[in-house]
Design a binder for this molecule. Structure first.
Ligand code: NAD
Length: 263
């Protein structure tokens, strides 16, 4: 299937590793021109170089911290200077700090709000003039299955990610007249660096080995395994593509069947 992504311009935030990187790589493999960002210059430069080498497409690396308004504007300005427009925005970010209610304080709540919700608001605001001028666009927000089934010890994720889903649904109504589609993708248990860090934490807390925790977690996943970042990249590329032109306002989990709700 030709996804119709050749020559499109896609910004993928928080993309030096994990799900963001897989999304950038998949869009690049489909012929899109890419802007990547992450905080550490060397990491984002190296990731961009590798994707450029593998796919032969244009990849711009912009060191940026998504909690800073001026960095967000710079990501979009550099993209427009380089490619002339923005067609696709994939809003990915680092996850909020783990912890139960008693373990997180005022500063943690503010940091999670800035990283998880405000970065999406700012990125969206920054790309809209370009998308409107170009006659359309696609916005995809990477969140978590915690918006469907709250997860233990992740009070910040459980609370703040739902606001992104509300924002996206509202935007899907407001921006449809501009030809802009807005959708959300929810990773289940995906084997990335963040997941490995969480597994190590669980192991330290429970006294079980990481291998044992993985075995128990996989037993609860109907498809019987952790997801790979590429499993997310495939869904993101499809939603970004012309083949999904009638899909807006949806929230899709990519979780191997983990979420046991009807909707
Ligand atoms: P990861 O830790 O492997 O990668 C995160 C990326 O975000 C890195 O490129 C990092 O450099 C970048 N980043 C972090 N903070 C940033 C900031 N302030 N500014 C710019 N870049 C920043 O994470 P991942 O596993 O790929 O997860 C991506 C998102 O999906 C996270 O929000 C995570 O919580 C969510 N998620 C992941 C899983 C999973 O199983 N991996 C499950 C549910 C939700």
């Amino acid at each position: 299937m030709d996804l119709g992504l050749t020559g499109k311009v896609a910004i993928v935030t928080a993309s030096s590793r994990g799900i963001g990187r897989a999304a950038a790589e998949m869009l690049a493999a489909e012929g899109a021109r890419i802007t990547m960002c992450a905080r550490t210059t060397a990491d984002v430069m190296t990731a961009a170089e590798q994707i450029r080498g593998r796919t032969g497409t244009d990849v711009l690396a912009v060191p940026a911290d998504l909690t800073r308004a001026e960095d967000i504007q710079r990501i979009v300005d550099r993209t427009v200077e380089t490619y002339g427009t923005v067609n696709i925005l994939v809003n990915n970010a680092g996850g909020p700090a783990p912890g139960a209610f008693d373990a997180v304080g005022e500063a943690d709540w503010r940091a999670a709000f800035e990283m998880t919700l405000l970065s999406v608001v700012r990125m969206t605001r920054a790309v809209l003039p370009c998308m409107r001028k170009g006659g359309g666009g696609v916005i995809i927000n990477i969140q978590s299955t915690s918006v469907k089934v709250p997860l233990d010890n992740l009070i910040l994720s459980n609370s703040i990610r739902s606001s992104v889903i509300g924002l996206a649904k509202s935007l899907s109504f407001e921006l449809a007249k501009d030809g802009i589609r807005v959708n959300n993708v929810l990773p289940g248990a995906i084997m990335t660096d963040r997941q490995r860090e969480m597994l190590a934490l669980q192991s330290a807390r429970s006294g079980k080995s990481v291998a044992e925790i993985i075995r128990l977690r996989e037993a609860a996943i109907p498809l019987g395994r952790f997801g790979e970042p590429e499993d997310l990249g495939n869904m993101i590329a499809f939603l970004a593509s012309e083949r999904a032109r009638y899909v807006t306002g949806v929230t899709v989990q990519v979780d191997g069947g983990l979420v046991r709700s009807l909707m």
